[in-house]
Design a protein around this ligand. Structure first.
Ligand code: FAD
Length: 508
């Protein structure tokens, strides 16, 4: 990194998850080399959704130097061990996408043996990891005595987005980030097109050397000022609206699912996320396939009596991403850079990935070097977005459902990206292996593709298994043993959360 002696002035526009995570992480990583100001608007507010995360969030939080129990208590958070997909294959099925990697690896590991077992086999996820059974039993991924941010099972979190942003704000401001509450009305540009300052009402200006656009869907800086082109992918991923609702538990000590429940619906799917004090539920759907009234009816049916008297909030979004997410002295992080639907919780993981790069790259002040950094950032972010499109589309395009136009249209070859079509054609004859992926550009590793493909009943006519049958049998038996051990030793999810909440309260 090249830093001049005076601290670099970094200005962040936006105080949602993207803005405050950027502020907390950059101030922690750059220390005295940066002077950070964050501007957020009470009038505009934040999106207020985004409750499911990806396991990378543990490393991100650990790098902020916070305690896991404090984060959980402040954010009303719970543990997430994967996503349960109900009804996606045929309408009456259920499969699990766990965060644990398969026992024996995924290259191809036990997969050919599992395929060779024919129709009497258990689910792929259950055959190769203990996590499906742990999750279905509502157990936590770790024990009381496990260190912060780790445990026997791989995990992420569910949290309340507004409370999480508040937690990050406290972390960031404690480490010196200045917070300004205002709605920016305009932007001053230098002659070369770089941003000079954000203009606030009353002739106030906030000058900076580097600007992060965390302004959400308005994409106020990268889109409106810098003119970054938006690449829409609504022809591949159809969902563009959501109805979101917060539902209290009928019993405050009710069991909490340690996974996101994603249930297929006529024109989309419902998410159901258990937080500590409430559930977050929503229906994400395609406006091409459903009217808003029909969508409300689907959500009402899903909620049953739970939803009585609660009015859902509607969110509209355009699916896609900015072709360039860093232009001049401005980079976009969060919804301003792009958004796909919430399936598999990619929004916050993309924020984390962008920040990992920016921490290393934004210190560059030489113009030529900065342009090179921007080109590299843009290539890596664009490819990451592109690869995610394929992975999300995989959940839909191999369905056997034909009951509604939504599911039929999702299998239309014209809606499947060439890259995914190529892979699927090969995977009909052989299992996915690492050479199918540019691993540094993927959010989802080959194991995730395998869990979705075989959870959805995809047929692969694999070559003969690589391991001797006895060795494979012993490996499957080990997984079953590990699952029995985990069921005996891991605590109930809510019981562990109660313990951690007490621990955090006692220490504060
Ligand atoms: P926002 O939260 O919208 O924040 C924008 C900020 O910019 C606000 O503070 C606003 O006040 C400020 N601002 C804007 N304009 C101005 C201005 N002119 N002046 C001053 N301030 C301004 N992601 C996941 O990872 N997992 C999920 O499960 C998930 N579920 C989702 C469900 C839905 C329905 C949607 C729509 C998104 C979901 N996401 C999810 C995405 C996730 O919500 C976002 O990635 C995350 O919340 C980051 O949002 P943000 O900070 O970029 O934007």
């Amino acid at each position: 990194m090249t830093f001049a002696t005076s601290p670099q002035r970094i200005v962040i526009l936006g105080g949602g998850t993207a803005g405050w995570l950027s502020a907390a992480l950059l101030s922690r990583k750059l220390g005295a080399r940066a002077a950070i100001t964050l501007v957020e608007s009470a009038d505009i507010g934040t999106i207020g959704v985004g409750e499911g995360t990806f396991p990378t969030i543990r490393t991100t939080l650990a790098s902020l130097g916070v305690k896991e129990a404090d984060f959980l208590r402040a954010s009303d958070a719970t543990f997430k061990q994967g996503v349960m997909f109900d009804g996606w294959k045929s309408g009456a099925d259920s499969y699990f996408h766990p965060f644990n990697l398969p026992y024996g690896g995924s290259d191809p590991g036990l997969l050919p043996h599992w395929l060779a077992q024919g129709s009497n086999r258990s689910s792929y996820a259950d055959a190769v990891t203990a996590q499906e059974r742990v999750a279905r039993a509502n157990l936590a991924p770790k024990r009381q005595e496990d260190a912060d941010f780790g445990g026997p099972m791989n995990y992420a979190y569910h949290f309340d987005a507004v409370r999480f942003a508040g937690f990050l704000r406290a972390v960031a401001t404690a480490s010196g980030v200045e917070r300004v509450e205002a709605t920016i009305s305009d932007v001053d540009l230098h002659e070369d097109g770089d941003i000079a300052a954000l203009k606030l009402p009353g002739d106030r200006r906030i000058e900076g050397d580097f600007f992060l656009d965390c302004s959400g869907f308005s994409s106020r800086l990268i889109g409106r000022e810098m003119g970054a082109r938006f690449i829409g992918v609504g022809n591949v991923l159809f969902n563009d609206r959501a109805l979101a609702i917060q539902v209290p538990y009928d019993d405050p000590q009710a069991p909490i699912r340690p996974y996101t429940l994603a249930t297929a619906q006529p024109s989309g799917w419902t998410w159901d996320i258990g937080l500590n004090a409430r559930r977050g539920i929503g229906y994400v759907y395609s406006s091409r396939h459903s009217s808003d009234d029909e969508a409300s009816e689907v959500l009402r049916r899903y909620l049953g009596t739970f939803g009585n008297g609660i009015v859902p909030r509607q969110l509209r979004f355009e699916t896609g991403y900015r072709e360039r997410q860093w232009i001049g002295n401005c980079a976009a992080v969060g919804l301003s850079a792009g958004f796909f639907e919430p399936l598999e919780s990619t929004g916050i993981s993309l924020i984390e990935y962008a920040l990992l790069m920016l921490v290393e790259m934004i210190g560059t002040r030489d113009r030529g070097a900065r342009e090179g950094a921007a080109r590299r950032f843009n290539t890596l972010m664009r490819e990451r977005f592109e690869r995610i499109v394929d992975f999300l589309k995989l959940h839909y395009c191999i369905t056997q459902r034909t009951d509604t136009a939504y599911w039929r249209d999702n299998t239309d070859p014209a809606s499947i990206p060439d890259t995914l079509r190529d892979r699927l054609a090969q995977w009909r004859e052989r299992v996915p292996v690492r050479f199918d992926f540019d691993l540094d550009r993927e959010t989802f590793l080959p194991a995730s593709y395998q869990y979705i493909l075989y959870g959805m009943g995809f047929a692969t006519t694999a070559d003969g298994p690589a391991l001797a049958p006895e060795a494979a049998g012993a490996a499957f038996a080990k997984v079953r043993e590990a699952a029995s051990g985990a069921l005996r030793h891991l605590p109930d999810h809510r019981t562990l959360l109660n313990h951690l909440a007490r621990k955090s309260a006692a220490a504060s």
